[in-house]
Design a protein around this ligand. Structure first.
Ligand SMILES: [Zn+2]
Ligand SMILES: [Zn+2]
Length: 222
């Protein structure tokens, strides 16, 4: 069956995201997805908690800050430590039985892997809908995927509910289960789709985040 999943979403278990578990499922459904990966920064427990508490198909994962850039690990049962080299991080993900994805490898202002992307990765995030500059980073990632013969996936890197689903991957999985989805991605039975998140949604996200920070600050000081 075909799975339609945004493979890169941050929830409030990441300090910089506004997406509550309820919003995650609400927007994923609204965008016509039938699965979503939870990939919080260096944190895994939240993803499993959310997966347990909803009927919606949640792919548990995390975004690991390796020493050379960010790496998305899907379907890992244990926390992958931050700060290791890219190759060591991928090894740890594989030992844990997970899928290692080189996410946003060519963007500015984020922990991007660039030359550290190698053939030991299972997949490359060709489309990251919040990548800057978008077209340029997609082109470079496409070229690398071809050169290294890696599976190609897409995700939004959403930090605000309405951004979910701008980047998504269609996956030909045997069953609507996390294990089958992981296997299909490794086998290359997947196609990336999507476009850049509209500027207005990114601006709304920043504004809401700022408002929240001010609120927190003023309640601390009152
Ligand atoms: Zn990242
Ligand atoms: Zn991310």
């Amino acid at each position: 069956m075909q799975i339609r999943a945004d493979l890169h979403v941050h929830t409030t278990y990441s300090k910089d995201s506004l997406i509550t578990p309820m919003e995650l499922v609400y927007y994923a459904k609204r965008r016509g997805l039938n699965a979503v990966a939870v990939t919080d920064h260096n944190y895994l427990k939240g993803a499993y908690k959310i997966a347990k508490e909803t009927d919606f198909l949640v792919i548990p994962g995390m975004e690991v800050s390796s020493a050379e850039g960010h790496i998305v690990a899907l379907n890992v049962p244990e926390l992958i430590p931050r700060g290791l080299s890219a190759v060591e991080t991928v090894e740890r993900i594989h030992k844990a039985g997970g899928v290692a994805i080189a996410c946003h490898p060519y963007v500015y202002f984020k922990g991007c892997l660039r030359e550290a992307v190698c053939s030991s990765f299972d997949a490359i995030e060709v489309i990251n809908s919040r990548a800057f500059p978008f077209g340029h980073s997609v082109r470079l990632a496409q070229q690398t995927a071809v050169r290294l013969n890696l599976s190609r996936v897409a995700g939004t890197d959403a930090h605000y509910g309405p951004q979910i689903g701008y980047g998504y991957t269609t996956i030909e999985a045997d069953e609507p289960k996390v294990e089958s989805i992981a296997k299909a991605i490794i086998d290359g039975q997947c196609t990336p789709h999507g476009r850049a998140v509209p500027v207005v949604l990114n601006a709304q996200q920043q504004l809401l985040r700022l408002r929240r920070m001010v609120k927190k600050f003023s309640s601390k000081n009152s």
